[in-house]
Design a protein around this ligand. Structure first.
Ligand code: SF4
Length: 346
């Protein structure tokens, strides 16, 4: 079928209500950027899931980074979008304003040069992300070991997707199909989601990030829902294979072990995090047990939004107290966040 025919179908669909969730924050952004919601019938609802890394990072993690940044002779290095994520009381940016040592970098590898140039200083990298980003930290550790740098550490809030998807399905999220995370799938392969599809009898469509790719995947997913085809279909074959990348799998298994970790607003999800193995504990800046998740503003509904149980406009703070310039919750900080994207198109 031509793309216009797919759009025509999606626009005029008048069957039962279908609720689809895009799990990946980059999909959330792409869907907003391309105006994909405007192409869909009111009977097809797109919900944003817990796939924006900074959105699901608990406040205890931000608080720990702040604490480290204020320790003598210690610098916290991070990507830019983590700087404004609220902790329980303040953000890293605010801590920097009162003397915290915080360095924004574009790659974890930037820390190698810093650590080499300042051997007496301790550098802590804020390792946030999913299966896609985790391999980069293994390269950082490979290089730190090869260069004999013992002043590099990571504070990990790394997470893996299956536990979060299971959590949603087990907790009444009422989702008919998942747009599987495209970047994660590029690392894990599409088959990664087979067990979830079978266990929860729910279809998955792996999608790219362009407007046509999204339309094709959403059309495919709607067809799967209608036909009760609860399998995984890969609509992103230019990038995603069926199986996992062996080299990455070995790298992750070398350094990390699965752990029970907290997702912001969702609580502890068993086996959904990656912590350093015991033999690499010397590189850990204290990642275990960061379980507190105290909202700075109690009215923030990030947790419900990440679980598809509320939408950004349901939050009383949306666009008034909470904006991208002045975020009250993590979902308003990153360009992958649901509230940020809803604000862009409001
Ligand atoms: Fe939280 Fe702001 Fe979103 Fe409300 S609008 S849920 S305060 S991030």
């Amino acid at each position: 079928m031509e793309i216009v025919e797919l759009v025509d179908f999606l626009k005029n669909y008048d069957g039962r209500k279908i609720r689809l969730m895009e799990v990946c924050g980059s999909h959330t952004h792409a869907i907003a950027k391309h105006g994909i919601r405007d192409l869909l019938s009111p009977q097809i609802e797109l919900l944003s899931g817990p796939g924006c890394p900074v959105c699901v990072t608990p406040t205890a993690y931000i608080d720990k980074l702040i604490e480290l940044s204020l320790e003598p002779n210690t610098t916290v290095a991070t990507f830019g979008d983590l700087l404004r994520v609220p902790g329980s009381k303040e953000s890293l940016n605010e801590a920097k304003g009162r003397g915290g040592s915080v360095e924004m970098v574009y790659s974890p590898m930037d820390v190698l040069a810093l650590a080499q140039d300042h051997p007496d200083r301790k550098y802590v990298f804020a390792a946030v992300g999913f299966e896609t980003t985790a391999p980069v930290y293994t390269l950082l550790l490979d290089n730190a070991i090869a260069r004999g740098l013992d002043n590099i550490h990571i504070l990990t809030a790394l997470k893996t997707m299956p536990g979060a998807i299971s959590f949603l399905c087990d907790n009444g999220a009422q989702i008919d199909g998942f747009i599987a995370p495209g970047h994660v799938s590029a690392v894990t392969g599409a088959d990664y989601f087979n067990d979830l599809a079978a266990k929860y009898q729910i279809p998955f469509a792996v999608s790219g990030f362009g407007s046509k790719e999204l339309v094709i995947a959403i059309y495919g997913l709607v067809q799967m829902v209608i036909n009760n085809d609860n399998t995984v279909k890969n609509y992103y074959t230019s990038v995603v294979d069926s199986g996992q990348n062996d080299i990455i799998e070995k790298q992750l298994a070398k350094y990390f072990r699965p752990a029970d970790v907290v997702w912001r607003g969702m609580g502890i999800i068993p086996g959904s995090g990656l912590l350093l193995k015991e033999e690499f504990a010397r590189f850990d800046a204290g990642s275990d047990g960061l379980d507190e998740d105290n909202k700075r503003n109690k009215a923030c509904r990030c947790g419900e939004i990440l679980m598809g149980k509320a939408k950004p406009h349901d939050c009383p703070l949306f666009g008034k107290v909470c904006t991208p310039m002045s975020p009250e919750g993590a979902c308003m900080v990153s360009e992958e966040g649901s509230c940020f994207n809803a604000y862009l198109v409001k």
